[in-house]
Design a protein. Structure first.
Length: 375
């Protein structure tokens, strides 16, 4: 049987328990504690699902959250588990679920079979991942892949939002978004879909009001109960991913169990400097031998260095041809070819047509070439 309490009342009890006892409880433990004390409600408190969030300050929005109901399921003292399943936390009819992360919880490293996105809207939190601990500051956003042992701990009144996303939804709905021409988005998908190892992506998004607006609307939709709510939630997450890839690809940090975080910097450097980049210069900059660097690139992108550079150049070329009026020689210069003739020969060998023919056939349409699909 479900019970209810508002976010504000639940959080007040979490903080009071900590201040009174000097110890912390996990969310399910606090639920059981409140149930035994007779403090849970049998009927859901009323809420206003039509609140307009856009012009609110952080403090005003937190007050709205405090008034929202939380559905609770006392477990009557059942032992906590470090393996959390989708069915334990994401409502049955939903692909996406978002909460304001509870404060003053007892640390408990855990893993789950869904994706988790944590965004620090105010203050900071402690992010524990495998055997590492770091402080996440305001504006930072972390995407945690399934099967990754982690925890988020908030020791003050900071605000962190926790978005939970079914793995099946990620695989089907966001696959195409993360398979576009951008090398980093391709690599995001590679990391996030490898659920055999612990992986995460960390974005430094600073004080971005649009991201805050997306998450506020997402949380508001999660408190709607009509047939459109889940669809709207999925689309808000699509907007969130698109915003991150468009505006913050240069701020990314990766953690990959197999290769560590450093190689992510190599990929970022390739993405943003491919026009003039040579293998020897890249190897020297990152202190790899050229053969070892070639092996790492092949393992983690599926392509050789030479092929990768060509694909990145041509990916931008088709964008310029379809969406600008730049001359072929100007496009060749922008993407790193020394002459229009050389560019045209490479282009024709790939597309079996000249750049001019491609422009004629694809002007103002979505480029058809996806360079990071498997051949």
């Amino acid at each position: 049987m479900p019970y209810y309490l508002t976010y504000g009342e639940f959080q007040k009890n979490m903080k009071d328990y900590y201040l009174r006892n000097g110890s912390r409880l996990q969310f399910p433990e606090m639920t059981d504690y409140l149930y035994k004390k007779g403090l849970l409600l049998e009927t859901c408190p009323p809420s206003d699902p039509d609140v307009f969030f856009h012009d609110m300050t952080d403090e005003e929005f937190n007050r709205v959250i405090d008034s929202m109901p939380v559905t609770l399921y006392p477990a009557s003292g059942a032992p906590l588990t470090a393996n959390v399943r989708e069915s334990d936390i994401i409502p049955t009819a939903r692909d996406v679920f978002v909460i304001r992360h509870p404060r003053y919880t007892r640390p408990l490293n855990h893993m789950h079979n869904y994706f988790e996105i944590n965004y620090v809207a105010q203050g900071q939190c402690t992010f524990i991942f495998e055997n590492e601990t770091r402080v996440m500051h305001e504006g930072e956003l972390c995407i945690i892949a399934p099967s990754s042992k982690h925890d988020i701990v908030i020791e003050d009144d900071s605000t962190v939002f926790d978005i939970m996303l079914r793995k099946s939804t990620f695989d089907t709905t966001f696959f195409s978004l993360l398979s576009r021409k951008d090398l980093l988005s391709y690599f995001f998908r590679t990391i996030l879909q490898d659920d055999s190892h612990a992986n995460y992506l960390l974005f430094f998004a600073a004080d971005n009001q649009w991201i805050k607006s997306i998450i506020r609307n997402l949380m508001g939709e999660c408190n709607q109960s009509d047939s459109y709510s889940n669809f709207c939630c999925v689309n808000w997450v699509n907007l969130l991913f698109s915003t991150l890839l468009r505006n913050y690809s240069q701020t990314i940090q990766f953690y990959n169990y197999q290769m560590g975080a450093d190689f992510s910097l190599v990929l970022q450097y390739i993405q943003h400097n491919y026009q003039t980049l040579t293998l020897s210069a890249l190897a020297g900059l990152f202190h790899y031998s050229e053969p070892h660097l070639c092996t790492l690139i092949k393992q983690n992108t599926g392509h050789t260095f030479t092929d990768l550079i060509k694909r990145l150049r041509l990916a931008d070329a088709v964008d310029y041809l379809a969406n600008t009026d730049l001359k072929v020689g100007e496009i060749a210069e922008k993407i790193g070819y020394h002459s229009a003739d050389h560019f045209s020969r490479v282009f024709r060998s790939t597309y079996k047509m000249s750049p001019q023919e491609y422009r004629k056939n694809n002007k103002n349409t979505e480029p058809a070439f996806l360079p990071f699909t498997y051949d």
